[in-house]
Design a protein around this ligand. Structure first.
Ligand code: ADP
Length: 504
């Protein structure tokens, strides 16, 4: 009997394959980074062919390292960077352009044009999202408007669109030879095209964006057999049975299955998801309304989400652009050399501010500088910025949900940073809890796939797998917390209103 599930995590900076056992423990993994193509300021692209090649290689790496073959794998799950758009030719499988990545802001003009009639919340009632460059819909529209011949080919039904889950699924299941063109409800909920209630594409919105419905993948649940692997010699005939966008996958991997449960993931960006159960909650505080998961024919679970564009990438910026540190963990050493931030605040609005501000006109700011401030203060302020942004998101969640969250489950690369986690507990005033299995994103997709094929029987079985690794309790005095929050919020106002017509 197959005793393992393989998860493909097609992320922003790398693709990984991780093999899990029945207890949800990692057995082996493979990982490969892909190139970040930055043709100009604000543009971020990936090569879809490189991503597909890497996905195949990491599957091989993981299987080899675990000494397993496809006969040991009960099912495959896919999780992915969510709003990154790929458009390719249905007959040849060739992408017509590089993938346009979720961080890319080139579509601001399209956003402004669409928002001119009805404002940025023009479609929010149906899709739960404000108009923003972040979502994949604007990126498809850009490709159709700017790539030679793309519009005509799309109108003739020759092109396919997908986020990277769809790109990987289509290729894995045969590509031009009968590949399955599908996505799951969570990825579809990030396009701006899907109606949250019906879980179908909306013709009126597609028309407004100028995107033909023939390009779109079929919307399926997050846990069902979509097809079997045909194009990967290593996984031939293995069922592909789970798809969840990365943040929803992390929520699932954290066993936050029920209304009122939540998690915050600290990676390149920071994403807090709050499960609202079967209820669609419309945010009054700048959160996104999104699909949490849907298991086969069972009812859909919805969620509120706070998206912070810059978190771990601020640490990368300290390393790569400023040369302040030579590796990410070093930021903790520097930060611990000073008692406090020395009055320095960093607002990392590199591509505007996401939740809860939604201000594309904001740009990064370092404020409160005096002759006293040194590199250690900057390092500390960078870590604190991640925690402050999370506090802003949590305030919005508490206001929308009408309940105060009692503890926060955390995951992602930055939760290795003890100083950050302690400061996070301090500025939130609630406990912060890290699970034993750090690979929650890949685990969530594995869970979705394993449930579909009966490898796991139900959610209770998965909940029992969740184990606490470490917990941080708040220790900061309330008046100090209030003082710091007041200064942080003042700093945020200083980052706004920066981009004018002539700012490049
Ligand atoms: P993603 O899945 O978005 O690629 P990960 O969850 O792998 O991201 O996290 C990587 C991010 O975490 C990087 O941006 C890196 O700068 C940051 N990071 C890793 N270790 C630390 C650390 N000890 N302290 C602060 N940041 C860290």
């Amino acid at each position: 009997m197959a005793e393992y599930v393989l998860s493909i995590d097609q992320g922003t900076t790398s693709s990984r394959a991780i093999i899990f056992d029945h207890a949800g423990a990692v057995v082996a993994s493979g990982q490969k980074e892909h190139e970040q193509i930055l043709p100009r300021a604000g543009w971020v692209e990936h090569d879809p062919a490189e991503i597909w090649q890497n996905v195949q290689e990491v599957i091989g790496l993981a299987l080899t390292r675990a000494h397993l073959t496809r006969h040991d794998i009960a099912a495959v799950g896919i999780t992915n960077q969510r709003e990154t758009a790929v458009v390719w030719d249905r007959a040849t499988g060739e992408p017509v352009y590089n993938a346009i990545v979720w961080q890319d802001t080139r579509t601001q003009e399209i956003v402004d044009r669409l928002a001119a009639d009805g404002g940025i919340d023009r479609f929010a009632e149906f899709v739960g999202l404000p108009l923003a460059t972040y979502f994949s819909g604007t990126k498809v529209a850009w490709i159709l408007e700017n790539v030679d011949g793309a519009r005509e080919r799309a109108d003739a039904g020759e092109l396919m669109f997908g986020t990277t889950d769809t790109w990987v699924l289509w290729n894995l299941t045969g590509g031009v030879d009968g590949g399955v063109h599908a996505t799951d409800v969570t990825n579809a909920s990030r396009t701006m095209f899907m109606d949250l209630e019906t879980l179908q594409w909306r013709d009126d919105i597609l028309k407004a964006f100028g995107v033909p419905a023939s390009m779109l993948p079929e919307i399926r649940s997050s846990s069902e057999v979509y097809g079997t692997a045909e194009n990967s010699s290593l996984l031939r005939e293995t069922p592909i049975a789970g798809i969840l966008g990365d943040q929803q996958a992390a929520t699932f991997g954290q066993a936050a299955f029920r209304a009122g449960e939540s998690k915050n993931t600290y990676g390149t960006g920071c994403f807090l998801i709050f499960n609202t159960g079967e209820e669609i909650v419309r945010s009054k505080n700048g959160l996104l309304t999104t699909v949490g998961y849907k298991l086969g024919d069972a009812p859909t679970h919805y969620a509120l989400e706070g998206s912070i564009a810059v978190a771990g990438s601020l640490i990368q910026w300290l390393r790569d652009q400023l040369g302040l540190i030579s590796s990410a963990p070093e930021v903790e050493e520097l930060a611990s050399l000073v008692e406090d931030n020395g009055g320095v605040y960093i607002v990392p609005a590199f591509s505007g501010l996401f939740t809860p501000y939604w201000r594309p006109d904001a740009r990064g700011a370092i404020v409160g500088l005096t002759r006293f401030a040194n590199r250690n203060h900057i390092a500390r302020a960078a870590l604190e910025a991640v925690a402050f942004q999370t506090r802003d998101v949590l305030d919005a969640v508490n206001a929308d949900a009408g309940v105060e969250l009692k503890e926060l489950k955390v995951d992602g690369g930055m939760v290795a940073n003890d100083a950050l986690m302690q400061f996070q507990a301090d500025v939130l005033g609630v406990s912060v809890v890290r699970p034993k299995v750090a690979e929650t994103t890949a685990l969530g997709a594995a869970y979705a796939a394993g449930l579909a094929v009966g490898f796991w029987s139900d959610l209770d079985e998965l909940s029992a797998n969740w184990q606490e690794d470490r917990r941080w309790e708040p220790t900061m005095a309330a008046d100090e917390r209030d003082r710091q929050l007041r200064l942080w919020r003042k700093a945020v106002t200083k980052s706004m209103d920066w981009v004018d017509e002539d700012v490049r």
